[in-house]
Design a protein. Structure first.
Length: 258
């Protein structure tokens, strides 16, 4: 269960150059949940996916390192969302018009493995959130958001104070919920800035949204959420090489900007 849980909680990054297959897989009882995607080129080819053209030809073409398409996320959702696994050949035709002909491109994908069965609970700001599982079962936190999301919350309607709808979320909500509730039969926490800090401008109403599962395995080993995501052929977390660390940083920066 510890191995299963580490796979569920981690964010995975995968990539494929033009002409290669991208392959995403999740363990039993989970499905793929696409978080972000990028297709194009934003780093030179000597850092990632070297040019397939001869060097003499490549020097005649100036490489475009500000090249991307806006359809990569939707394509990944269409191909892989809510499936156990997916695989397809990466090329510019999949994403519509080629944004930079003559420049070799690549696909970066960031995804999680979402449990097939999960529960969701919401607490409005300053209310107490209570989680519980049946006897002999324990809590496994999947995701946690504290702040204000673009879609809002039906359970916690926002009062219109003349402020624009701005999304703001705590960067430590998941780690705190894991520390407070992970592996326990029941737990409680206040959805307050005292616990999570205030990620929003003063006066903006916030809420806490937690997705979790209940598992009947009593043994829970600590999960290190500080390690960058990595992916191996067996889906076991592995050491992160220089290239995968670069991919993770690139994708995180791109997701933040978009």
């Amino acid at each position: 269960f510890a191995g299963y849980l580490s796979q569920v909680l981690k964010n995975y990054t995968d990539h494929a150059c033009d002409g290669e297959y991208v392959s995403l897989r999740c363990p039993h009882r989970t499905t793929i949940s696409i978080q972000s995607s990028f297709y194009g080129r934003i780093v030179p080819s000597h850092q990632l996916c070297p040019s397939r053209y001869p060097h003499s030809y490549a020097t005649l073409i100036k490489e475009d390192v500000a090249c991307s398409v806006g359809t990569s996320l939707q394509k990944m959702l269409d191909e892989c969302q809510d499936r156990r696994s997916c695989q397809f050949l990466v090329n510019s035709r999949l994403f519509g018009t080629d944004p930079c002909p003559g420049t070799g491109k690549y696909l970066l994908v960031w995804y999680k493995c979402r449990p097939n069965e999960y529960k969701s609970k919401v607490a409005c700001e300053d209310d107490k959130l209570r989680l519980s599982c049946k006897k002999s079962m324990v809590i496994a936190i999947y995701s946690a958001i504290f702040g204000r999301t673009q879609g809002g919350s039906l359970e916690c309607p926002y009062q219109n104070l003349g402020m624009p709808m701005i999304e703001c979320q705590s960067a430590t909500a998941l780690q705190l919920m894991i520390k407070r509730c992970h592996g326990k039969r029941r737990c409680s926490i206040y959805a307050s800035t005292y616990e999570f800090g205030d990620p929003c401008y003063p006066g903006i109403q916030k809420h806490l949204n937690v997705i979790y599962t209940c598992d009947n395995t009593p043994l829970l080993l600590p999960v290190d959420e500080t390690q960058p995501p990595a992916l191996s052929s067996s889906m076991e977390p592995v050491g992160v090489g220089t290239e995968m660390a670069l991919l993770s940083n690139i994708l995180a920066a791109y997701a933040f900007i978009t």
